[in-house]
Design a protein around this ligand. Sequence first.
Ligand code: FAD
Length: 321
Amino acid sequence: MPERGEIRDEAAAKIRKSPRIETVMKPQSFTYHVARSAADALELLAAEGDDAKIIAGGQSLVPLMNFRLARPTALIDICQVPNSDKIVMDDSGLRFGFSVRHSDALRSSQVHGASPLIGQALKWVGHEAIRNWGTLCGSTVHADPAAELPAVWLALDAEMVILGPRSERRLSAESFFRSYFTTALQSDEMLTEIHVPHAPDVRLRRTAFHEIARRHGDFAIVGAAVVIDLDEEQRISSARISVMGAGEVPLRVHSAEALLLGARLDDVQAHASAEAEVRSVIRPPDDSHGSSEFRRKVTGTLVRRSLADCAGFPSMLGDMA
Ligand SMILES: Cc1cc2nc3c(=O)[nH]c(=O)nc-3n(C[C@H](O)[C@H](O)[C@H](O)COP(=O)(O)OP(=O)(O)OC[C@H]3O[C@@H](n4cnc5c(N)ncnc54)[C@H](O)[C@@H]3O)c2cc1C
């Protein structure tokens, strides 16, 4: 048995011999602006040129800058724009301003009442410290294929309100997400609002969200969001299923949704058909967190668990948040 001192000397020798890898943990220098309005942010973006970036909560952008995977020459901070942190409920639905943070939405009784799926999913986003800084719009623009909110917006048929130098345009969530970390947003545009339409009848809506991650607070490996609307006879009149971590963008699985229409909510055969359809349709990538086959199987299982939650069956997965 070697002595403690010998072990230390051996470790020190190993460190001396190992190749030196330079790690950079500081961003390159940049100019910092505080925007006074959305229009002001766009003007600053145009004036600073293609290498300028908007910063909201900084929870994705700052780590990328520290590793120099992003090297913006200018940052335009949009979080001090008056009223941009408001959650507004009107006749058409919920409107989230561009500075609304994850924790603002989690704490809002209006959001829980009108659209519980948002809170069901937000509990899985990182940790409280991250949710206190990160914004809903920032997560959406960052467009990580394993992020919770993009899948939620798809399941809720949300609309993205985009402001450009000359005009405003609106895109469905499904057409907003284009590829890995890529959206339909142009470099001279910003996301100013996310609009979530009201349920036809909130009493007849059921929603559920499930994901798996290696540890609580980690990004998901895969996840599923389900929104079911029932008719007065308690039959499924509309179903929306979206999955995350199963492709380069969050995906709506329309063919699985179709199999649920007209079924009763507790029809386990319909649940099994939807699960099988999800497994057969998606083509997830392989990566170090899980093979394609593993992701395919687990995504189907999470869809079935979400349907079971909607039906009020006891869940097999505990709530990790
Ligand atoms: C340890 C850790 C764990 C995390 N875990 C999760 C997780 O489990 N799930 C998850 O979804 N996220 C996770 N995140 C990311 C977190 O949710 C971020 O808050 C989010 O991705 C980005 O929001 P932000 O407001 O911080 O945006 P920023 O980091 O400020 O910006 C992100 C990108 O969006 C752009 N941008 C921001 N707002 C706008 C806008 N209004 N218009 C145009 N462009 C805009 C920026 O230019 C940048 O490119 C984690 C982060 C950390 C550090």
